[in-house]
Design a protein around this ligand. Structure first.
Ligand SMILES: Cc1cc2nc3c(=O)[nH]c(=O)nc-3n(C[C@H](O)[C@H](O)[C@H](O)COP(=O)(O)O)c2cc1C
Length: 195
C-alpha cells in the first residue's frame, strides 16, 4: 500500500515536471500577446476605460500612473499648460512599473494640448524600456496633435510596434469600444507575432 502511494506521488511529480506542464498558469486571452503590461494615465476616466478593455482581451496587468497631487478639474487646463511649457515632471504616488517581466508594454494617456500629459512624461523620464516592444495609444476629443511624436521623443530604448489614436471615448457605447479595442489588439498581434 505504502509503495503504491509513493509510486503515485512520484508519477504525479514526473507528470508535473514534463514538457507539457507549466505551473506558470495564465488564462487564455482573446488575443495572445504574451505577458502584457498596460500602463495608463487618465484624468476623467476615458483612457482608463479603454485600458480596462485592453486588459480584458489580453489578460494583461494594469498599472495606473497616479500623480502625488491630484489635478483639480477646475484648474487643470491652466496648470497643465504651465507644466507642459516648463517641462515640469510631477511627483508620482504610484511606483514606476518594472517592465522586465513582460513581453509587451502598452502605454496609454489622454492628449493634453497636443502633447503627452506631464505624469506620463515623468514615467518616461525615469523608465528604461530595455528594447521591449511597446504599443502606445492616446485618447482625445478633437486632435491628437503631436502626442505620438512627443511620446517617441521622450521614451527610452523602446521598440514601438503600434500606435493607436482613439477619439471621443465618452460618446462610444461599450460594444463599440470593445470592438475598437479588440481590433487594435489584433493588429498588434499581426505586427508582433508571439515568439
Ligand atoms: C488639460 C487638457 C488638455 C486637453 N487637450 C486636448 C487636445 O489638445 N486635443 C484634444 O483632442 N483633446 C484634448 N483634451 C481632451 C482629452 O484629451 C480627452 O477628453 C481624453 O479622452 C480624456 O482622457 P481621460 O478621461 O483618460 O483623462 C484635453 C483635456 C485636458 C484636461
Amino acid at each position: 500500500m505504502f509503495r503504491k502511494i509513493t509510486l503515485a506521488i512520484l508519477g504525479f511529480c514526473l507528470f508535473c515536471s514534463g514538457p507539457g506542464f507549466s505551473t506558470d498558469f495564465r488564462p487564455t486571452p482573446e488575443v495572445d500577446l504574451g505577458r502584457v503590461l498596460i500602463v495608463f494615465f487618465s484624468l476623467t476616466g476615458s483612457t482608463q476605460r479603454l485600458a480596462r478593455i485592453l486588459r480584458l482581451y489580453s489578460e494583461g496587468n494594469l498599472a495606473a500612473i497616479v500623480p502625488s497631487e491630484p489635478y483639480d478639474l477646475e484648474s487643470v487646463r491652466s496648470i497643465a499648460k504651465t507644466e507642459i511649457t516648463t517641462n515640469y515632471r510631477p511627483p508620482l504616488a504610484s511606483p514606476i512599473p518594472t517592465v522586465d517581466d513582460y513581453d509587451l508594454v502598452i502605454i496609454g494617456a489622454p492628449v493634453w494640448f497636443g502633447d503627452i500629459p506631464p505624469p506620463l512624461a515623468a514615467v518616461l523620464d525615469k523608465c528604461d524600456f530595455l528594447g521591449k516592444p511597446v504599443a502606445v495609444f492616446c485618447t482625445f476629443n478633437g486632435s491628437a496633435g503631436d502626442f505620438l511624436s512627443k511620446f517617441r521623443e521622450n521614451i527610452k530604448n523602446a521598440n514601438i510596434i503600434s500606435e493607436g489614436k482613439f477619439s471621443g471615448i465618452t460618446r462610444r457605447n461599450n460594444a463599440n469600444l470593445n470592438a475598437i479595442a479588440l481590433s487594435w489588439l489584433k493588429s498588434i498581434a499581426e505586427a508582433f507575432p508571439k515568439q
